[in-house]
Design a binder for this molecule. Structure first.
Ligand code: BGC
Length: 391
């Protein structure tokens, strides 16, 4: 261990009573195996110009009047970069990603920045029944289906239309039986970068057969700047009194447990690292936080979470119309790959995801809000990630 790593450990122990800095991937990042400095430039678009499944892939850039920029590729509808100002008015890229398409296509890629569908998070054993018929999905996560299956929306080429400098429209026809789901599903997602430094994601879908649907975005955020070694020093608030505990394969048990008095309570701003290694079976199952929060109900779009970097002052509010929020603390990031933007590696717990969603495994859980979509109905939901500086 070098001095820097020792002092990080010491600070972590003193400040947050963490269980210890015994994480090999953090070490490799801090010992200089790869740089931990975040890139502040957008990737070169030539790395994304390719034809995949007969369709043209590209990188699209949105920019607002404050110089905030978002780069999105139509491969998986992925948010590749998001440059926002910090407390020194320097721009930081706050999302993890890659400089070229090839890395997004590699096996085991952790869904960086992707549009997720048809079903965000897990469906137990990849099976569900609808109108008396059982559907079998692709099993891509142990015994379960995760994020739609192998042929999920994250791996599809979307049709892209740049509406204006601040708006990108992506659409995709998911065919009947694709990845095992019933119905031809027409999906439209609009990314809109507004002048109040918000990235608004609007989802819309229709089907020609009864189906299930749970769309989300899988951005991995680090408000210190992507490539920084941790998010354990971020303050998190989630407007929820309960969460859905899981079994050892991360399928909800069907219960809603109170967060009060547990490491899951983020109803007041708390460091992500403060209790992440506490002795708690749910944290053991998730290898950290990997749980769906049952958001307090509200009318329409409401603020449900806030995250603040204690280092850069960059703050992010999450607003959604959805009933749930998956808080994932990047527990499966390993720091072993060195193809992050600018050649960085992304160590264990060096990003967090706040995925707005319906609850995992809802098609098999009668007590959870329904995820069914029927012909004649239009699925519509909006999520906003709003950025500002907290001094
Ligand atoms: C899930 C994690 C999973 C991750 C994949 C999250 O939405 O909750 O369990 O490992 O996505 O990157």
């Amino acid at each position: 261990m070098n001095m820097k790593f020792n002092s990080i450990c010491l600070a972590a122990v003193l400040l947050w009573t963490l269980g210890g800095c015994n994480n090999a991937s953090n070490k490799s990042a801090a010992t200089g195996d790869s740089t931990t400095v975040s890139s502040t430039k957008l990737p070169d678009s030539t790395g994304f110009k390719k034809t995949v499944k007969g369709k043209a892939v590209s990188l699209f850039v949105l920019k607002n009047k404050n110089g905030v920029e978002a780069a999105i590729t139509n491969y998986g509808g992925r948010l590749v970069s998001l440059l926002v100002p910090d407390h020194k008015n320097e721009f930081k890229d706050v999302v993890l990603g890659y400089d070229s398409l090839g890395s997004y296509q590699k096996k085991g890629e952790p869904y960086f920045g992707a549009l997720i569908g048809r079903y965000g998070n897990r469906i137990a054993k990849g099976k569900f029944a609808l109108d008396g018929k059982t559907y079998q999905l692709q099993i891509n996560d142990g015994t379960n289906t995760l994020h739609g299956g192998f042929d999920g929306f994250f791996a599809q080429v979307w049709d892209a239309k740049k509406i204006n400098d601040q708006t990108l429209e992506l659409s995709f026809l998911s065919k009947d039986n694709e990845a095992g789901y019933p119905g031809n599903l027409q999906v439209k997602v609009i990314y809109n970068l507004t002048d109040d430094n918000s990235l608004k994601i609007s989802y819309e879908a229709t089907t020609d057969k009864n189906t299930v649907l749970n769309l989300t975005n899988h951005a991995y955020f680090n408000l210190n700047g992507a490539g920084d070694e941790t998010i354990l020093d971020h303050l998190l608030t989630i407007d929820a009194d309960g969460y859905t505990p899981v079994d050892s394969t991360l399928i909800p048990t069907g219960k809603i447990d109170p967060v009060a008095g547990t490491p899951f309570d983020f109803s007041k701003a708390t460091l992500i690292g403060a209790r992440i290694d506490a002795a708690n079976q749910q944290l053991t199952f998730g290898k950290g936080y990997d749980h769906n929060y049952v958001l307090r109900k509200g009318m329409g779009l409401r603020k449900v979470a806030t995250v603040v970097s204690t280092k850069t002052g960059i703050a992010m509010d999450v607003l959604t119309e959805e009933p749930g929020l998956q808080f994932y603390s990047g527990n499966f990031l390993t720091g072993k790959d060195h193809d992050g933007k600018g050649g960085v590696s992304y160590p264990h717990r060096s990003a967090f995801c706040l995925e707005t969603q319906h609850f995992p495994d809802s098609p098999n859980q009668a007590s959870f809000p329904s995820t069914e979509l029927k012909p004649g109905q239009t699925y519509k939901t909006n999520t906003i990630y709003k950025f500002y500086v907290q001094k």
